[in-house]
Design a protein around this ligand. Sequence first.
Ligand code: GRF
Length: 194
Amino acid sequence: MLNVAVLVSGGGTNLQAIIDANIPNVDIKLVISNNKKAYALERAKNAGIKALCLSPKDYEDRELFHEDLIKTLQEHEIQLVVLAGFLVNISPKMVQAFPRKIINIHPSLIPSFCGKGYYGLHVHEAALERGVKVTGATVHYVDEGTDTGPIILQKPVMVEKGDTPEILQKRVMEQAEWVILPKAIEMIANGGLE
Ligand code: GRF
Protein backbone atom coordinates (compact mmCIF):
# COMPACT_ATOMS: atom_id res chain seq x y z
CA MET A 1 0.00 0.00 0.00
CA LEU A 2 1.45 3.43 -0.97
CA ASN A 3 0.75 6.20 1.55
CA VAL A 4 0.05 9.36 -0.43
CA ALA A 5 -0.33 13.00 0.64
CA VAL A 6 -1.80 15.55 -1.77
CA LEU A 7 -0.77 19.21 -1.40
CA VAL A 8 -3.26 21.74 -2.73
CA SER A 9 -3.99 25.48 -2.84
CA GLY A 10 -7.20 25.87 -4.82
CA GLY A 11 -10.30 24.16 -6.18
CA GLY A 12 -8.88 20.65 -5.91
CA THR A 13 -10.13 19.24 -9.22
CA ASN A 14 -6.89 17.27 -9.59
CA LEU A 15 -7.35 15.97 -6.05
CA GLN A 16 -10.90 14.96 -6.97
CA ALA A 17 -9.63 13.08 -10.03
CA ILE A 18 -7.20 11.15 -7.80
CA ILE A 19 -9.97 10.35 -5.29
CA ASP A 20 -12.40 9.26 -8.01
CA ALA A 21 -9.77 7.05 -9.66
CA ASN A 22 -9.79 4.71 -6.64
CA ILE A 23 -6.24 3.68 -7.49
CA PRO A 24 -5.38 0.13 -6.31
CA ASN A 25 -2.69 -0.08 -3.57
CA VAL A 26 -2.94 3.67 -2.88
CA ASP A 27 -4.07 5.19 0.42
CA ILE A 28 -4.60 8.97 0.27
CA LYS A 29 -3.76 9.55 3.94
CA LEU A 30 -3.60 13.32 4.02
CA VAL A 31 -4.48 16.51 2.15
CA ILE A 32 -2.61 19.68 3.10
CA SER A 33 -3.42 23.18 1.86
CA ASN A 34 -1.64 26.46 2.50
CA ASN A 35 -4.99 28.19 1.88
CA LYS A 36 -7.64 27.59 4.53
CA LYS A 37 -10.35 28.61 2.04
CA ALA A 38 -9.29 26.08 -0.58
CA TYR A 39 -12.31 24.09 -1.77
CA ALA A 40 -9.88 21.17 -2.08
CA LEU A 41 -10.08 20.85 1.73
CA GLU A 42 -13.86 20.39 1.44
CA ARG A 43 -13.35 17.71 -1.20
CA ALA A 44 -10.96 15.88 1.14
CA LYS A 45 -13.40 16.04 4.06
CA ASN A 46 -16.28 14.85 1.84
CA ALA A 47 -14.12 11.86 0.90
CA GLY A 48 -13.27 11.13 4.55
CA ILE A 49 -9.62 12.11 4.07
CA LYS A 50 -7.72 13.96 6.83
CA ALA A 51 -7.36 17.60 5.74
CA LEU A 52 -4.92 20.08 7.28
CA CYS A 53 -4.14 23.71 6.63
CA LEU A 54 -0.48 24.65 7.03
CA SER A 55 0.21 28.18 5.90
CA PRO A 56 3.57 29.97 5.76
CA LYS A 57 1.65 33.02 6.96
CA ASP A 58 1.16 31.31 10.34
CA TYR A 59 4.92 31.05 10.91
CA GLU A 60 7.34 33.83 11.85
CA ASP A 61 9.90 32.30 9.62
CA ARG A 62 9.24 30.38 6.38
CA GLU A 63 11.93 27.88 7.37
CA LEU A 64 9.75 26.81 10.33
CA PHE A 65 6.83 26.26 7.95
CA HIS A 66 8.93 23.99 5.75
CA GLU A 67 10.22 22.05 8.77
CA ASP A 68 6.67 21.59 10.06
CA LEU A 69 5.47 20.46 6.64
CA ILE A 70 8.23 17.84 6.44
CA LYS A 71 7.57 16.68 10.01
CA THR A 72 3.83 16.34 9.35
CA LEU A 73 4.45 14.24 6.23
CA GLN A 74 6.96 12.04 8.06
CA GLU A 75 4.62 11.56 11.04
CA HIS A 76 1.96 10.29 8.63
CA GLU A 77 4.52 7.92 7.05
CA ILE A 78 3.92 9.47 3.64
CA GLN A 79 5.72 7.68 0.80
CA LEU A 80 4.59 9.89 -2.11
CA VAL A 81 3.85 13.62 -2.03
CA VAL A 82 1.62 14.84 -4.87
CA LEU A 83 1.61 18.58 -5.66
CA ALA A 84 -1.80 19.25 -7.21
CA GLY A 85 -2.02 22.97 -7.80
CA PHE A 86 0.15 23.68 -4.72
CA LEU A 87 1.41 27.25 -5.02
CA VAL A 88 4.07 27.26 -2.29
CA ASN A 89 7.66 26.60 -3.39
CA ILE A 90 9.04 23.29 -2.13
CA SER A 91 12.20 23.78 -0.06
CA PRO A 92 15.47 21.98 -0.87
CA LYS A 93 15.17 20.36 2.60
CA MET A 94 11.85 18.81 1.57
CA VAL A 95 13.27 17.53 -1.73
CA GLN A 96 16.14 15.97 0.25
CA ALA A 97 13.72 14.46 2.79
CA PHE A 98 11.64 12.88 0.00
CA PRO A 99 14.05 12.03 -2.84
CA ARG A 100 12.14 10.95 -5.98
CA LYS A 101 9.03 10.92 -3.83
CA ILE A 102 7.47 14.24 -4.81
CA ILE A 103 5.57 14.64 -8.09
CA ASN A 104 3.91 17.69 -9.63
CA ILE A 105 1.29 18.29 -12.31
CA HIS A 106 2.06 21.20 -14.61
CA PRO A 107 -0.50 22.45 -17.16
CA SER A 108 1.80 22.57 -20.21
CA LEU A 109 4.15 20.30 -22.16
CA ILE A 110 7.39 20.98 -20.27
CA PRO A 111 9.86 22.50 -21.25
CA SER A 112 7.36 24.94 -22.78
CA PHE A 113 5.68 27.54 -20.59
CA CYS A 114 7.13 26.45 -17.27
CA GLY A 115 9.39 27.80 -14.55
CA LYS A 116 9.07 30.96 -12.47
CA GLY A 117 5.75 32.74 -12.90
CA TYR A 118 4.17 30.01 -15.04
CA TYR A 119 1.28 28.72 -12.95
CA GLY A 120 -2.50 28.54 -13.28
CA LEU A 121 -3.98 30.72 -16.02
CA HIS A 122 -0.62 32.39 -16.76
CA VAL A 123 0.49 29.16 -18.46
CA HIS A 124 -2.47 29.19 -20.86
CA GLU A 125 -2.19 32.92 -21.48
CA ALA A 126 1.43 32.38 -22.57
CA ALA A 127 0.50 29.42 -24.81
CA LEU A 128 -2.21 31.45 -26.57
CA GLU A 129 0.12 34.46 -26.81
CA ARG A 130 2.77 32.32 -28.51
CA GLY A 131 0.17 30.79 -30.82
CA VAL A 132 1.01 27.12 -30.20
CA LYS A 133 -1.37 24.64 -31.87
CA VAL A 134 -0.76 21.91 -29.30
CA THR A 135 -0.35 22.23 -25.54
CA GLY A 136 -1.07 19.73 -22.77
CA ALA A 137 0.04 18.70 -19.30
CA THR A 138 3.08 17.10 -17.67
CA VAL A 139 3.64 15.05 -14.52
CA HIS A 140 7.23 15.25 -13.34
CA TYR A 141 9.36 14.48 -10.30
CA VAL A 142 10.13 17.55 -8.21
CA ASP A 143 13.80 18.42 -7.80
CA GLU A 144 15.34 21.61 -6.40
CA GLY A 145 14.46 23.60 -9.51
CA THR A 146 11.07 24.89 -10.71
CA ASP A 147 9.36 22.39 -13.06
CA THR A 148 12.81 20.92 -13.89
CA GLY A 149 12.64 17.36 -12.51
CA PRO A 150 12.50 14.18 -14.65
CA ILE A 151 9.31 13.90 -16.70
CA ILE A 152 7.03 10.96 -15.90
CA LEU A 153 4.00 11.41 -18.21
CA GLN A 154 2.74 13.96 -20.71
CA LYS A 155 -0.52 14.27 -22.64
CA PRO A 156 -1.14 16.61 -25.61
CA VAL A 157 -4.24 18.78 -25.97
CA MET A 158 -5.21 20.69 -29.16
CA VAL A 159 -5.62 24.45 -28.97
CA GLU A 160 -8.86 25.43 -30.70
CA LYS A 161 -9.96 28.54 -32.57
CA GLY A 162 -11.43 31.13 -30.22
CA ASP A 163 -9.89 29.60 -27.10
CA THR A 164 -9.60 31.91 -24.14
CA PRO A 165 -7.16 31.08 -21.31
CA GLU A 166 -10.10 29.87 -19.22
CA ILE A 167 -11.49 27.60 -21.96
CA LEU A 168 -8.04 26.21 -22.70
CA GLN A 169 -7.32 25.63 -19.00
CA LYS A 170 -10.53 23.67 -18.62
CA ARG A 171 -9.75 21.49 -21.66
CA VAL A 172 -6.19 20.82 -20.43
CA MET A 173 -7.50 19.88 -17.00
CA GLU A 174 -10.28 17.62 -18.32
CA GLN A 175 -8.38 15.96 -21.16
CA ALA A 176 -4.88 15.81 -19.67
CA GLU A 177 -4.31 16.69 -16.00
CA TRP A 178 -7.13 14.61 -14.58
CA VAL A 179 -5.95 11.64 -16.71
CA ILE A 180 -2.16 11.61 -16.29
CA LEU A 181 -1.92 12.53 -12.60
CA PRO A 182 -3.91 9.49 -11.36
CA LYS A 183 -2.11 7.38 -13.98
CA ALA A 184 1.33 8.46 -12.72
CA ILE A 185 0.37 7.66 -9.13
CA GLU A 186 -0.93 4.25 -10.24
CA MET A 187 2.35 3.57 -12.07
CA ILE A 188 4.42 4.52 -9.01
CA ALA A 189 2.20 2.49 -6.65
CA ASN A 190 2.19 -0.59 -8.85
CA GLY A 191 5.73 -0.67 -10.13
CA GLY A 192 4.99 0.62 -13.59
CA LEU A 193 7.85 3.08 -13.60
CA GLU A 194 11.34 2.02 -14.65
C1 GRF B 1 -4.88 24.59 -12.18
O1 GRF B 1 -4.42 25.77 -12.80
C2 GRF B 1 -4.23 23.40 -12.80
O2 GRF B 1 -3.99 23.62 -14.18
C3 GRF B 1 -2.93 23.30 -12.07
O3 GRF B 1 -3.23 23.71 -10.74
C4 GRF B 1 -4.37 24.59 -10.75
C5 GRF B 1 -5.37 24.19 -9.73
O4 GRF B 1 -6.00 23.03 -10.08
N1 GRF B 1 -2.41 21.97 -12.07
P1 GRF B 1 -6.97 22.26 -9.02
O5 GRF B 1 -8.36 22.41 -9.54
O6 GRF B 1 -6.80 22.93 -7.65
O7 GRF B 1 -6.50 20.84 -9.02
